[in-house]
Ligand binder design. Structure first.
Ligand code: ADP
Length: 439
């Protein structure tokens, strides 16, 4: 169906054409009359077109007036007017949304910065100004030129944002900042900066408290254990007293290992990285740990040391010994719990895409997959009773995790219930050297 404007246009054109043709024909000039009618219509159309163009130009500058165009041209002008009004409305709505989002983020205590795909700063809120000292001239500059801490630069460039980054503020002494980056859109990044000074202080207080309590407990524990041992050595005790003393000795030993583990863990958490770095002979180290393991295990436990003789790992020997020892002792404790079968504890190494792996494998009771993600949490135990009776403190794997973190490494755990477990310590390859080139 024809639209109203076009129908009016056609109606008037036909009326005009027929009228001119009729007058022309009655004077005997119908051909000339038809040409004249068409010429006049063309002139009128061109005039309407130019008026429409003028009107659109005027409207574009924001001055939308009622149009005085006729027929189809008037209708086109009305459509344009409608579209422009709709566009204006959408623009205003979007502007309102943007300014609401800006108001909201300005009200946040956390700093928010938007960086484009080339890492140039596009926008930031008031809190970011206060935390990072951003100024108007920083607009469009690379974020890494503003936050110049090398740890932030490598964190930003690495593109691995699963974990946040904690650094000390370069502007306000003592202020701890937490950076979390969220990629979005076409390579753009949203950077959230949080002031975590209070949480960091509380965390420090917690660490100090645990360290102090553990240190303070050491002396009284040593005294109590000493007396219990002396009493146990005394002759002619009643069986009941003897049993009580033996239990006291056992629990005293447990408390000592707990205190020692807590002290170790606090030390690992407190210093960022150990200053002492040795070239650790891995084969020998595993051999020494196996000797300790043999003393604790039954005769049917087999220890297999497949670590090549010539491998050295750069790191802190004391810490590495503690970590590997925890893994081997766990293997002894939980492999023996398998029930009757021969236990095998095997330590072997592997080189895998830029990483060096040291695996501690056992064929013991294994671990249900649902527990694996939580095993390195402090005091997390699958079977509290079994762990305590095996002399566990629940801190062993937490220590392993921290030692590996301090050596740029991580712990991976693979296990199948009833089949056994493999605990793998992954280190960057550049920490490892071999004297015989056969790796
Ligand atoms: P614990 O001192 O209790 O052994 P850990 O932190 O060393 O504490 O280990 C946490 C838990 O992980 C243990 O309670 C145990 O249930 C489980 N676990 C650790 N190593 C093994 C292993 N080799 N086989 C089976 N379970 C293990």
């Amino acid at each position: 169906m024809l639209r109203k404007g076009l129908a009016t246009e056609l109606k008037w054109f036909l009326l005009f054409f027929v009228a001119v043709l009729f007058i022309g024909a009655s004077a005997g000039y119908w051909r000339e009359a038809a040409i004249l009618a068409l010429g006049l219509y063309l002139a009128w159309t061109l005039r309407s077109l130019s008026r429409l163009e003028r009107w659109v130009n005027q409207a574009r500058t924001g001055n939308v007036q009622d149009n005085e165009l006729f027929g189809m041209w008037g209708e086109i002008a009305e459509d344009v007017k409608l579209l422009m009004q709709r566009y204006e409305k959408d623009k205003l709505r979007l502007q309102a949304v943007v300014s609401r989002v800006q108001d909201m983020t300005s009200a946040l205590n956390d700093g928010v910065i938007l960086a484009d795909s080339r890492a140039n700063i596009e926008w930031w809120n008031q809190a970011a100004t206060e935390m990072l000292g951003l100024r108007q001239i920083d607009f469009g500059h690379r974020i890494t030129n503003i936050v110049r801490d090398p740890r932030f630069q490598s964190y930003f460039d690495a593109g691995e944002y699963a974990e946040p980054l904690e650094i000390e503020s370069y502007r306000n002494e003592g202020q701890q900042l937490l950076f979390q980056i969220h990629p979005y859109g076409q390579g753009e990044r949203l950077i959230v900066v949080r002031d975590i000074t209070r949480v960091a202080k509380l965390e420090q207080m917690r660490r100090d408290f645990v360290a102090n309590v553990s240190h303070e407990l050491r002396t009284p524990l040593t005294v109590v254990r000493g007396y219990v041992e002396t009493l146990l050595d005394m002759p002619d005790q009643s069986p009941m007293l003897r049993r009580a003393l033996e239990q006291m000795q056992q629990q005293g030993m447990r408390m000592t290992s707990l205190v020692n583990d807590l002290i170790m863990l606090t030390k690992l958490e407190t210093d960022d990285r150990s200053a002492q770095q040795d070239q650790v002979q891995l084969h020998q180290l595993v051999g020494l740990i196996f000797n300790d393991g043999r003393a604790m295990s039954s005769e049917n436990t087999q220890f297999i040391n497949e670590v090549p003789q010539d491998i050295t790992l750069q790191g802190n020997e004391k810490e590495l010994r503690s970590a590997f020892s925890n893994l081997v002792i766990n293997a002894v404790k939980y492999a023996g719990a398998g029930g009757g079968k021969d236990c095998t504890i095997r330590v072997f190494t592997e080189q895998q895409s830029g990483q060096f792996l040291l695996h501690v494998q056992d064929n013991g009771i294994g671990i249900d997959p649902k527990h694996i993600p939580r095993l390195t949490e402090r005091f997390y135990r699958i079977d509290g009773g079994r762990s305590s009776s095996a002399g566990g403190t629940g801190l062993g794997l937490a220590i392993v995790k921290h030692v590996l973190l301090r050596h740029d490494g991580q712990l991976k755990i693979e296990s199948k219930p009833g089949k056994g477990s493999t605990f793998s310590c992954c280190f960057p390859s550049n920490r490892v050297t071999r004297t015989l080139a056969s790796i």
